[in-house]
Structure formats: C-alpha cells, structure tokens
Design a binder for this molecule. Structure first.
Ligand SMILES: Cc1cc2nc3c(=O)[nH]c(=O)nc-3n(C[C@H](O)[C@H](O)[C@H](O)COP(=O)(O)OP(=O)(O)OC[C@H]3O[C@@H](n4cnc5c(N)ncnc54)[C@H](O)[C@@H]3O)c2cc1C
Length: 431
C-alpha cells in the first residue's frame, strides 16, 4: 500500500475478510483520502471450501481494481478452463454432448485459499484485524471528529467510523442493520433454501484419473453431466495438480442446519438411475473418500429491497447470496468492490458517503438479483428438470447457452460511468 501522504478525510470499516471485503480493500488502497480497516471474526483471514471459478466478468472487474491482476492471478496457481463440456449423464441420450464451449475468454479455476492469500498480499498488516467479530452498529446523534458510526465488537471494544461496509457473508449482521426499516418483511428478505444441495471434494489428479477415466483429463477442461435430478462436474486447479469433484442435486426437504451427512445409501436413494454410469459411481467414490463427508443445502437471497442505508451498505454474499449454478457469486462480489471503490473514491467528504452508497445500491442491486434468479433457473436445467429440455441434448443446449450472456456481456466502463452519473444526480437532488 502506498504511504498515505494526506490526512485521510474519512474512515471506513469493512466487516468481513472474505473475498468481498478483501477485494474492496484492494479497490480502496489507491484513494488517499480513505482510511479503511477490515475486521474478520475468524481467528485468521482464511477461506474455507474448495475452488472458485472466476469468469471473464470477474477477471475484467479485478483488472480494473488491480493493475497487476495478471500477476495476482498467476500467483494463485489458477488454471484457465480452456473449454467447458456439458454432457448427458443418464437416460436414453447418456454420453451425448450438449455443448462444448471453447471460448477465447476462459474462466480461471482457483483454490479459494490461494485467491484470498494473493488478495491479502497488497494490504498492509495494520488494516487487517482478525478475531474481531462485529456485535452491533449504532448511528450517533452527536457527530464529532470521531465519526458518525459506533461499531461494537463482541470482545467489548468500540471503534468509531464515518461509514461501514458489511462484507460479512450470507447471514450478515450488517444486512440486518441495513434492512432494519423492513422489519415486517424480515422473513422474505432472509436467506432461504433454493431447492438444491451440493457436495464437493478436492483430490489429486492421479486419483481423479483413476476413478473417472484418463480421457477426461487430456485438456484443462471443465466437465459437467446433466442427470435425472442431479448434476455432476469436475474441474482442475492448483497448476493442474488438483481436481475439484462436485455432485449437486435437487433437494425436497432441506435440513434446518443446511448440512447433511453423506453415505453410499443416501447417494443410492437420491441419484437413482444416474448411478448406471461408471463415471457417476466413480464420482461418488471420490466424494465419500474424505473424513466425515457432508452435503450442504444451497441458500440464496430471494429479494433485497436495498443494499444501502445512510452510511452503511452491504456487498458480496451479505447483499446477494446466490446458488453456485452460474459460478457468479464471487464475480459479483468483485464487481461490487469495483463499483463501490470508484464511488467512495469520488466522495470528497463524509457527507457524500451516503449518496455514493445509494448509487452503488441502485446500480448493482438489479444486476445481482437477476443473476440470483437466473442461477436458480440454470440449476433446474442442469439437473435435468427443465419442463421442455429434460435430458434431451439439443433442447438442453438451446436452453443453456444464452443464460450467461447477461453476466459476461457487461461493459464495465459504461457501468462505472453510470454509477458516477447516479452519484452526481443523488447529490444534486439532496442539495
Ligand atoms: C458451493 C459454492 C460454490 C461456489 N462457486 C463459485 C464460483 O465458481 N464462482 C463464483 O464467482 N462464486 C462461487 N460461489 C460464490 C462465492 O463463493 C461467494 O459469493 C463468495 O465467496 C462470497 O464472498 P463474501 O466475502 O461475500 O462472503 P464470505 O466468503 O462468506 O465471507 C464473509 C466473511 O465475513 C466474516 N464474518 C461473518 N460475520 C462476521 C462478523 N459479525 N464480524 C466480522 N466478520 C464476520 C466471515 O468469517 C467470513 O470470513 C460459490 C458458492 C458456493 C456455496
């Protein structure tokens, strides 16, 4: 981080040190007038879980945040998926190709921990505060030089800021604060089950080849199989040494705690005729070959009336948790960081922060909600549940191919200039 040569004009707290919070930190570094601190409740900044795919929109947004994004991505050991091949995994058309996408702008599959490590690298140690869990936020009536927002942590400490950004994930405390005026619709705005579960495991390339077949690893290709009520996929990461194995399926009775233990009997009951394929059986063996295998219900935010309330806003999963079917949750978090970073950079005093946050919310909210909705619909198709396509390869192709256009086709230069225009309009309206 370059030395700040001017006294910062405002002080901002980022709650949550996952991909969204840490990417926002990278977006704010270049703005000398902003002092920011990132608070993470876990004992250390860390990413749980397996791989994350950064599609072309996510990579473009990251390039706009970090001029050295190419180096950052290379250091993660991420593997460009030179093609994505979707096949039918069961039924009459078993083994038939649905489509082969060999795009010029491949997604990169990255180990989550490696991505977080590289995004943390440019941030100075003094702004990173682990083992600090947000308890509550209060707006202060008597604003003084300390800042207008009181941030209380569960360790009993309090710090004052001019603004707060909640990047604290799907069950965000900051979200509750932002939506506090919508008490009567609380249930509607809470995260809820989307109708699918998934499970995953990272295995060595050799193990994956032995269980699934050598032929699936001749290229760095993402493979997906549409089954009867389920979808099976794998992709390669960590410089081609590790394979992420995934099974997802339609879920009828989601468990309350989102977690369900896995067993061979459970797979036999839920995957049914999909198990006729040796490939599917190999995938089940790989998934079960881990200590305490579990699957998790996919949850999402079905509606969110705003992402901002005064000088407090939410980004990433705190604002718009989505199912993983279009591989876009982290990409949207990076977009949020890009847009909010630009707007906060344009705010010249604490008084302008709420206009910047409103402009961010007005711009990103419709886009993110449309991805949440299209992702859920994509899950239905990939699980062979589309009313017309079913397990028919041609109809699946027709139904699936256009679904990513609205996510990838965005022009970020236009998008950011729209954000700044909104910001100016809001400021003028308030004068
Ligand atoms: C199975 C699965 C696969 C996915 N695959 C992809 C993919 O391929 N591509 C893609 O783009 N996206 C994908 N996503 C989505 C993506 O993982 C998320 O959108 C992204 O990681 C969200 O990051 P975040 O920082 O907003 O939230 P999180 O990663 O949840 O981070 C929130 C952080 O806040 C901390 N925190 C929580 N409460 C507090 C508190 N009170 N005080 C302080 N800190 C707190 C947490 O400890 C955590 O570190 C997938 C998601 C799932 C579930």
């Amino acid at each position: 981080m370059p030395e700040k040569t001017h006294t910062p004009k405002f002080k901002l707290a980022i709650i949550g040190g996952g991909l969204a919070g840490v990417t926002l930190g990278n977006a704010l570094i270049r703005h000398e007038h902003i002092e920011f601190h990132i608070y993470e409740s876990a004992l250390e900044f860390s990413e749980r879980g397996a791989a994350v795919g950064l599609a072309i929109n996510a990579q473009r947004a990251l390039h706009r945040i970090l001029p050295q994004a190419d180096v950052t991505l290379e250091r993660t050991g991420g593997v460009p998926m030179n093609s994505t091949r979707i096949m039918v995994g069961t039924g009459q058309s078993i083994g038939h190709l649905v489509f082969d996408l060999a795009g010029t702008d491949p997604g990169i599959v990255i180990h989550r921990a490696s991505l977080l490590r590289e995004l943390l690298a440019p941030l100075p140690k003094e702004v990173l505060h682990a083992n600090k869990k947000l308890a509550s936020i209060n707006e202060r009536e008597n604003i003084d030089a300390r800042g207008s927002i009181e941030v209380n942590f569960t360790d009993g400490t309090t710090t004052y800021f001019d603004a707060v950004v909640g990047a604290d994930g799907i069950f965000s405390t900051v979200r509750d604060y932002v939506l506090r005026e919508f008490e009567d619709k609380k249930g509607e705005y809470r995260a809820s089950p989307a109708g699918f579960w998934d499970c995953r495991h990272l295995v060595s390339l050799e193990k994956a080849k032995a269980a699934l077949g050598e032929q699936y690893f001749e290229l760095d290709r993402q493979y997906g199989w549409v089954n009867d009520g389920a979808f099976i996929m794998h992709d390669v990461l960590e410089n081609g040494t590790i394979v992420q194995c995934v099974i997802c399926a339609v879920e009828k009775d989601p468990p309350k705690d989102r977690k369900r233990p896995l067993s061979r009997e459970f797979f036999e009951e839920t995957l049914g005729r999909s198990l006729e394929s040796a490939h599917t059986r190999g995938m089940v063996d790989l998934i079960l070959d881990q200590p305490s295998p579990h699957c998790y219900s996919e949850w999402e935010h079905k509606a969110t009336p705003t992402y901002a309330n005064g000088r407090v806003c939410i980004i990433g999963d705190a604002a718009h948790a989505t199912t993983p079917w279009q591989g876009s949750g982290a990409g949207l978090a990076i977009e949020d960081a890009m847009v909010l970073g630009t707007l906060l950079g344009a705010a010249t005093s604490p008084a302008e922060i709420s206009a910047a946050m409103k402009a961010y919310s007005d711009l990103q909210r419709p886009r993110c909600q449309s991805v949440i909705d299209s992702s859920r619909g994509t899950g239905d198709i990939l699980c062979g549940r589309h009313h017309e396509a079913g397990l028919d390869p041609d109809k699946l192709k027709e139904a699936l191919l256009p679904r990513w256009d609205h996510i990838y086709g965005i022009d970020f230069e236009k998008h950011e200039s729209e954000a700044l225009k909104k910001f100016e309009c809001i400021k003028q309206e308030r004068q």
